[in-house]
Design a protein around this ligand. Structure first.
Ligand code: PMP
Length: 297
């Protein structure tokens, strides 16, 4: 495995970041999780845009243009000779001193890891997953906007611990007003009366790249789509529920807090969206510039 750190590719054991990096000391930084499918990087432009938007909000100046960053990701995937991969792109505030002031950090650290993708078990996509609501509320938008994909994931990690303890794959996170926001590492959708619904981002959700793709698919089908304010009552009484995320893609949900959704099996529209998403995976990608001789899978 070759890992990109600040412009150089290192073997895994040699890829290192300073213990004075404020990404390590304070979670000061931003990141992206990206997929490559059959030699193309899915919606890379959108991921790079989201990274730069997150960085802008935390006043972190990335030392590359968007084009240079895009190329660095593509070159790292090419150097790893992988056609299918999970790519982690991290930009931290960089090494500084032990105070929190970012003014003491001279230059951001940029890391790109191109790894094997660890998928949820295939059987779960056929059977659907149970989820529960976490007691941990999503950080209010006035405190730390969840639209920022930052290196501070403790809020989500606390909720993930709730999910694990309850034997569930994911946990629903409500915002401080009790409205449904998203899950710990996935966006949340439901279908009611044939309309595809997902919480408005202002309820405290990450603008997921998969979320945006699914909303596009919904509009193309065509089916009604709605981004709104919802409570658990809406979820419990939905006809279908599913999660979306780069790792999960579209994961059907068959129960929420023990309330069965629909007939307790993945819903028909969810299955249609899963099928349509599969066709999108390679259509919406940027081709990886492999050296000659990298075999096509
Ligand atoms: N919400 C959160 C909190 C996330 O961390 C993620 C990404 N894992 C998502 C939603 C899904 O976003 P995407 O579709 O861009 O992976």
């Amino acid at each position: 495995m070759k890992i990109y750190v600040d412009g150089t590719l290192y073997a895994k054991e040699d890829a290192k970041v300073s213990v004075f990096d404020h990404g390590f000391l304070y979670g000061d930084g931003v990141f992206e999780g990206i997929r490559a499918y059959d030699g193309t990087v899915f919606r890379l432009r959108e991921h790079i845009d989201r990274l730069y938007q997150s960085a802008k909000t935390i006043a972190l100046e990335i030392p590359f243009t968007r084009e240079e960053m895009t190329q660095a990701v593509l070159d790292t995937v090419a150097a790893n000779e992988k056609r299918d991969a999970y790519i982690r792109l991290v930009v931290s505030r960089g090494p500084g001193d032990l105070g929190i002031d970012p003014a003491n950090c001279s230059r951001p650290t940029v890391v790109i890891i191109c790894a094997e993708i660890k998928l949820y078990p295939k059987a779960l996509y056929d059977s659907g997953a149970p989820i529960v609501t976490s007691s941990v509320r999503r950080i209010p938008i006035q405190c730390l906007d969840p639209r920022i994909k930052s290196l501070n994931y403790l809020n989500n990690i606390m909720a993930k611990i709730d999910a694990r303890r309850a034997g569930a794959l994911e946990a629903v996170m409500l915002n401080h007003q009790g409205r449904v926001a998203e899950c710990t590492a996935d966006n949340l959708f439901f279908i009611a009366g044939g309309v595809l619904k997902t919480p408005d981002l202002m309820n405290g959700a990450l603008p997921g790249i998969t979320r945006a793709t699914v909303l596009e698919l919904g509009r193309e089908f065509p089916m009604g789509t709605e981004e709104g304010n919802y409570g658990l009552h809406d979820l419990y009484n939905a006809d279908e529920v599913f999660l979306t995320g780069t790792g999960a893609e579209i994961m059907p949900v068959i129960s929420v807090d023990g309330r069965q959704i629909g007939d307790g099996k993945p819903g028909a529209l969810t299955k249609k969206l899963m099928e349509a998403f599969r066709h999108r995976r390679t259509r919406d990608g940027i081709a990886v510039p492999y050296a000659a001789g990298v075999a096509k899978a």
